[in-house]
Design a protein around this ligand. Structure first.
Ligand SMILES: [Zn+2]
Length: 127
C-alpha cells in the first residue's frame, strides 16, 4: 500500500477528523484488506487539508506493528514509538470472524474496535 505523503492514497486519510484525536478503526482496516499479514503502509490524518499526524503500520499474523514519531507538546522533543498491537478474533453470527485490537496500554489488554492515539494508541482517548 502507499507510503506517507504519496498523495495517491487519499482514501487512507482520515478526513472526518475534526479535532486532534487520532483513531484507528479495525473495521475500516479490515474492509480495506489491510489486516492481511506482511503489509506495510502509511496512515495519515488530515485537517483542513494538512496532515496532522501519520503512522506506519506493518502487519503480521495476529499483530500489527505501529511506528511513528510523537511529542507531547510543541516544546518537547520528538520521540520514536514502535510497538505491537495484538489482534484477537471472535466468530461472527453471519460466519467469518470479527477482528479486534487488544489495547496495548500497560495492564489493559481490552478488546476494542477503535484505538485512540495519544502518546500511544489505546482504548480510551487521552485526557
Ligand atoms: Zn486500554
Amino acid at each position: 500500500m502507499g507510503g506517507i505523503g504519496s498523495g495517491r492514497h487519499s482514501r487512507l486519510s482520515w478526513k472526518d477528523t475534526t479535532d486532534d484525536y487520532r483513531s484507528l478503526d479495525i473495521r475500516r482496516l479490515k474492509r480495506d484488506g489491510l489486516l492481511e499479514p506482511e503489509q506495510r503502509f502509511g496512515w495519515q490524518w488530515s485537517r483542513l487539508g494538512s496532515v496532522i499526524a501519520s503512522i506506519n503500520i506493518h502487519t503480521k499474523s495476529g499483530e500489527i506493528i505501529l511506528s511513528y514519531r510523537q511529542r507531547n507538546t510543541e516544546e518537547t522533543e520528538w520521540q520514536d514509538e514502535k510497538y505491537s498491537v495484538y489482534l484477537d478474533y471472535t466468530p461472527c453470527h453471519l460466519g467469518g470472524e470479527r477482528p479486534w485490537f487488544l489495547c496495548p496500554a500497560r495492564g489493559c489488554g481490552k478488546r476494542v474496535a477503535i484505538l485512540y492515539g495519544g502518546a500511544i494508541f489505546a482504548c480510551r482517548r487521552p485526557k
